[in-house]
Ligand binder design. Structure first.
Ligand SMILES: *Cc1c(COP(=O)(O)O)cnc(C)c1O
Length: 306
């Protein structure tokens, strides 16, 4: 048993060229808690229970908190999520709906995270949203599924926040002996902590997050994400919030699936595949999903501008 499901791998008629380049979609938006995060978090939570944890603590008001709450409910383990005051009512509801306790504390993630960390006892497991090798092992299963489907991509496109998804995909490519397959890592302007670090040649911390793609809003990527991106030769791309939102709206029409701007960042590059990814025949896009944006919000951003 795993807490995540095996997701569809779809050929995108809308993104593929009529003859030539095929764009494949790994539909992580279909995971029960709405994003890929359950792969890594589910795997980590199961491992922490084996090691004796009797409670999970998270400090994410986004998809990681929702995935931790879902994992806790499925495993029968209580979950506490400490979120900052900026967290939307909707996100708090989604966490509570899974039976987790929500504590609101502090003006920003930093304060909420500090309180959450201070509450961790030896009987608890702290569930980090992106910086934990157990998460990467779990995320890597999405690449195992692509390999099992018999599709070998010649490029992988994904979104980057703190870099957990990217580390997991690189781990998956390595364990399937696909380490020569290039990875294109996409961020939005104002959440571009990996892009800036790669340009600077060292880990950097953004002074703040100005992008609406809040799920990409890690001011600093995980050290391992930075190091692996350099070692692996990850190609970094940055798109505007507008491009990410427009890609989400277009994706709703094309594939009838709602995703967050965080996911729209990777979709924007995929929609531009003939230009940005010319020369690749089989492009795999990780449709990472996300539940924190409603259709109404996406349409408003698209119409009024962001
Ligand atoms: C968490 C998340 C990301 C970014 O993942 P990282 O592991 O932090 O890089 C992208 N999209 C969605 C929908 C997410 O929930």
């Amino acid at each position: 048993m795993t807490l995540h499901i095996q997701t569809p791998l779809l050929e995108s008629g809308a993104m593929s060229a009529p003859r030539g380049q095929i764009v494949w979609l790994k539909m992580e938006a279909m995971q029960p808690p709405g994003s890929f995060k359950i792969r890594g978090i589910g795997h980590a939570c199961e491992e922490y229970v084996r090691r004796g944890a009797t409670r999970f603590i998270s400090s994410s008001g986004g998809n990681a908190g929702i995935a931790a709450a879902y994992a806790g409910r499925r495993l029968g383990v209580p979950v506490l999520v400490v979120v900052p005051e900026t967290t939307t009512e909707r996100a708090k509801q989604l966490i509570r709906r899974e039976g987790a306790e929500v504590v609101v504390h502090g003006a920003s993630f930093q304060e909420a995270n500090a309180l959450a960390q201070s509450m961790v006892t030896p009987a608890d497991a702290f569930i980090h949203p992106f910086d934990d090798p157990l998460l990467w092992q779990g995320h890597a299963s999405m690449i195992d599924e692509v390999a099992a489907a018999g599709i070998k991509p010649d490029a992988v496109v994904l979104s980057v926040g703190g870099g957990g998804l990217m580390c997991g995909v690189i781990e998956g490519l390595r364990r399937n002996r696909w380490e020569s397959v290039p990875v294109v890592a996409v961020e939005t302007q104002g959440a571009d902590s990996l892009s800036k670090a790669l340009k600077a040649g060292q880990l950097i911390e953004l002074p703040g997050i100005t992008s609406i793609a809040t799920s990409l809003g890690a001011r600093k990527v995980a050290l391992q994400a930075f190091e692996w991106a350099r070692q692996y030769g990850v190609r970094s791309e940055v798109v505007s919030d507008q491009a990410a939102v427009d890609a989400c709206v277009r994706f709703m029409d094309d594939h009838r699936v709602v995703v967050e701007p965080a996911c729209g960042a990777a979709l924007a590059v995929a929609y531009d595949a003939p230009t940005l990814l010319g020369g690749y025949e089989n492009v795999l896009v990780i449709v990472c999903g996300g539940v924190t944006a409603t259709v109404t919000q996406l349409e408003k951003w698209a119409d009024d501008g962001v």
